[in-house]
Design a protein around this ligand. Sequence first.
Ligand code: SF4
Ligand code: SF4
Length: 587
Amino acid sequence: MEKERSHKAQKVIERLGKKLNRQIVGSLVSCVHCGNCTDSCHYVLANPDDPTYAPAYKADKIRGLFKRHYDWTGKVFPWWVHAKSFYTDEDLEDLKDTVFGKCTNCRRCTINCPMGVDFATFNRMTRGLLVSVGVMPEGVAVVSKDQWETGNQMGVLKEDYVDTLEWLTEEMQMEDPKSPGIPINSKEADVVYSINPREVKYDPRTISDAAMIFNAAGENWTMPSEDWDMTNFGLFSGDDDLGGSVARRLYEKVVELKGKKLVISECGHGYRSTRCEGPNWAQHDVGFTMESSVITMIRYIKEGKIKVDKSKNTEKMTFHDSCNNARSCGLTEEPRELLKLVCEDFQEMYPNRAENFCCTGGGGAMSMSEYTPRRLKSAKVKADQLKATGAKYVVTSCHNCVDGLTDLIKHYKLDMKVTQLVNLVANALVIEKPAEVPVDKVPATAETVPVAAEGGSLQGYKIMVADDEPDFVTFVSTVLEDNGAEVISAFDGNQALELARKEKPDLLTLDITMPGKSGIEVFEILRNDDELANIPVCIMTGKPELRKLIYDRAVRPPEGYVDKPVDEDSIIRNVRKILELAKDKAK
Ligand code: SF4
Ligand code: SF4
């Protein structure tokens, strides 16, 4: 007589039967245990003595269940084909540890299997079976709930999202009063732009960079105020219902706005979910075209809609292929083509394209904190790949990879930063300026020596640079001094306050993370001190995610905000602008 089975185990077995299709069954029956796939897996490379990480071993756990219940061989010769059933909730927990904690669904083993076994596909299916009975890592439950309830996987509220877009528009219009900024909910736009919630929450610069590119190209574009998330946690959790619901919301929003094309910002799983898998999950006949923003940007350059100058991106760069873009969507050549158009020094990483290793943060791994030590250990091969390039920047077309790579770069102490193509294209943009009026043609009543005029001197201005990185202080000070300013330096928060009181600078550039008092504390003290409140402040930080915090807590927002790395042009442009505004205010 067969052992008693838990309710959850019984449900998982029943649901497995409903998920079987040609592709899954083909993969479940065709493994010949040749071991070809073993070394494809980054987990195996980091744990060579532990067979439980081998793709075929992991697959056999699911295969055993299939053979036991749905394949005739398992019914007739169960011992021969290793058929095995699940009985207890502990069996399901053990399976959870394998399918969520030992595989990122990267599909590298898939492309290295001579028999065509697609383990990642049935690993995803198994995740879905477990999720359907509530067995999943806590992070998966939280993110799935957020996406079900708010429509985006980071739980960004509509007012915060719209506030961010409006604030970015204000910033763009401070730079250029004629800028259209970010159009929201425009009807019949040629392009509806959809993003990853990470961009709103942690990296708004990618949104303003994209906006700058659309506007420079003269595009008729818009962003929806709701149902804008192109990521889809259903891909990671294996929950096709969630996948369908999320994809459907976005498709219906484009239809409601009468948009002609949906452009998907740089995100591997978002692109795969929205463009490739979503129509099936949502059972939605999509009547508009969908395009990766990478292809949009190449198109603009080729059609002459935007001009770029690659000499603006001089550092050595390499490219990391996101697994979803490269292995599942074939998007390998376009990012390289674009990268070569906007940067001077490109160094390929090996292996690359479809053979590239996962950033190790894929498959939802970044949301499963219990597996972080395993993830970082398995990232060794990626760290070695990156290091061998000697590049200063790794470029990737995926927000998930940005987080995975940033984490491993920190863990393995690599001297490298992560960026995306949109940032490089925006930085390389050549914006045609209106022809300058010769000085002798300027009417006598006009301000002839405005501080903010191109090339205007900073002579007579006292500027304080507060930052705990001596190299950064030296660089910014040199740029300012070369333009005529008197510069005072402070290397921590307390010193910045002390010198601000003593010297009363005309402008303070302020880092956020400093010893003693942080830049946020310094900023708050300044703003609440009658004597110092009017000193204009320009935040210069490598922590864009803290931007909102400052704006939320500020009595009056900072006059300027520049993301590191900074360059000479951005320092001078922002400083002049702030001083010009301060001068206008004082009049
Ligand atoms: S390469 Fe394919 S057939 Fe060989 S062990 Fe791996 S999954 Fe099985
Ligand atoms: S899909 Fe990727 S992580 Fe999963 S077993 Fe295959 S190679 Fe390893």
